[in-house]
Design a protein around this ligand. Structure first.
Ligand SMILES: [Zn+2]
Length: 434
């Protein structure tokens, strides 16, 4: 199959996938998952659907058995979309101006399509792994945490999902640095330690502002301190290697950030959160009535912690930022998920780096971490020896172009990158499994 064929088939498959509305909640992923199962079965894969919720199954598709197992993972659910904000409808799958438009075109039906086309192309051509097995796993329910998706699947069916190497979402879109083309390989995800800050007061009538004790006003100084906080650093393996790769000193992250800001300020937004704990207030609630001074007010803060680190690091950061304001508020953690990581050196990393150098002359890879969450976390937890990376190579659309479109209106992908990614997954399977 030529690279044009790969691009055309991946484009066609992605159009079909975008047209299944899989906005989560509710997800309703079954039609999309069944469609993928049929596509892979026809190509020669053994397929099985495993479901906790019958409307939301997960697909496991195998080609060969034995070790090592290389797994291509993807989720078919998406976040919501408001059609009135889009140039081409979010479920249209329109191809226009060189892009395929639609919800999931980046996150991550595109990668699902490229992985499926790579697997199907190999299987239809008669290829079978000589050393190991190729596994494709397409899941439901990533966007709300994986309770019936990857989390459930890896904990309830470890024998069907166990793998040694995993490729998932998280990085791979090219960025330029000092004239060099770099492709991020995501080696870790940050943890989530969300918390609620509650202020107490005394209720009163809003027409008499000095009656009672307004709990909402007590949150103001805390909010201001969060807004004014300078970044702090808890450098883990991948971000340290990233700073080294771009010629900065990992022992002086503040200076590294200054340099990034001077060279490419837009990258700062993406790299700074990799280096430490972040606190982002997102929700607030006070009185239920406009004319009642609230006796209670709270703020919800989305706190992200570097991989491997836990609640004590989050608590220290909160104490540092809030200072004496912390004593006036109640702090309650509502979600605790510790992030995890894979080593930045491995045969899988070598294969990815080799592929990039071969297919984009002068380019190279750099390790990164995802400030957000992905299903890789569940696979690392279930299979501690599994090396899991996020890698979906995009060459024609850069990181600075794709990042603002994820979860946003007019999400779209350059169709040339669909062929680029599909050829990557085809080549990596051959390279790693023989
Ligand atoms: Zn995603």
């Amino acid at each position: 199959m030529t690279s044009d064929d790969l691009q055309n088939e991946t484009t066609d498959l992605l159009r079909e996938l975008v047209r299944f509305n899989t906005v989560n909640p509710p997800g309703n992923e079954r039609p999309a998952i069944e469609f993928l199962a049929g596509y892979l079965k026809d190509a020669g894969f053994e397929t099985e659907l495993l479901a906790d919720d019958e409307d939301r199954p997960n697909l496991v598709a195998d080609l060969g058995d034995g070790a090592p197992t290389l797994c291509y993972l993807g989720h078919v659910d998406t976040v919501l979309a408001d059609p009135s904000e889009w140039t081409h409808g979010p479920w249209s799958g329109d191809v226009a101006e060189g892009f395929l438009w639609g919800r999931g075109a980046l996150d991550m039906k595109s990668q699902v399509a490229a992985e499926a086309v790579a697997g199907a192309t190999l299987a239809r051509g008669g290829w079978r792994p000589r050393n190991g097995a190729l596994k494709l796993v397409f899941v439901s329910d990533e966007e709300t945490g994986g309770d019936v998706g990857a989390h459930w699947l890896t904990s309830q069916h470890p024998e069907r999902t166990r793998c040694d190497m995993l490729l998932n979402e998280g990085a791979g879109d090219m960025f330029e640095w000092d004239g060099n083309r770099r492709y991020g390989v995501c080696c870790a995800e940050k943890g989530i330690f969300r918390f609620k800050l509650t202020a107490r007061g005394v209720a009163g009538h809003a027409s008499l502002p000095r009656t009672g004790e307004n709990a909402l006003l007590k949150l103001a100084p805390a909010l201001q301190r969060i807004a004014d906080a300078e970044p702090t650093f808890e450098l883990t393996e991948a971000p340290a290697a990233l700073l080294t790769a771009i010629g900065a000193d990992p022992d002086d992250p503040a200076a590294a950030l200054e340099r990034i800001a001077a060279v490419e300020p837009k990258l700062l937004t993406l790299i700074e959160p990799m280096l430490g704990v972040t606190l982002t207030p997102t929700m607030a609630h006070a009185s239920d009535k406009i004319n009642v001074i609230p006796s209670r007010a709270y703020l919800k803060v989305d706190c992200r912690v570097p991989p491997g680190l836990g609640e004590e690091v989050a608590r220290k950061r909160i104490a540092d930022v809030l200072g004496d304001e912390a004593d006036k508020l109640e702090i309650e953690f509502t979600e605790r998920v510790t992030g995890n990581a894979s080593p930045i050196e491995s045969p899988l990393m070598d294969a990815i780096d080799h592929w990039v150098r071969t297919n984009d002359e002068g380019a190279g890879t750099v390790p990164v971490i995802l400030p957000g969450f992905s299903d890789s976390r569940w696979f690392r937890e279930a299979f501690p020896d599994c090396v899991a990376y996020g890698f979906f190579p995009q060459r024609h659309m850069t990181l600075l172009e794709t990042a603002p479109l994820v979860h946003s209106a007019n999400e779209r992908i350059d169709v040339r990158d669909l062929g680029f990614a599909a050829s990557c997954y085809t080549d990596l399977a051959r390279d790693l499994l023989g």
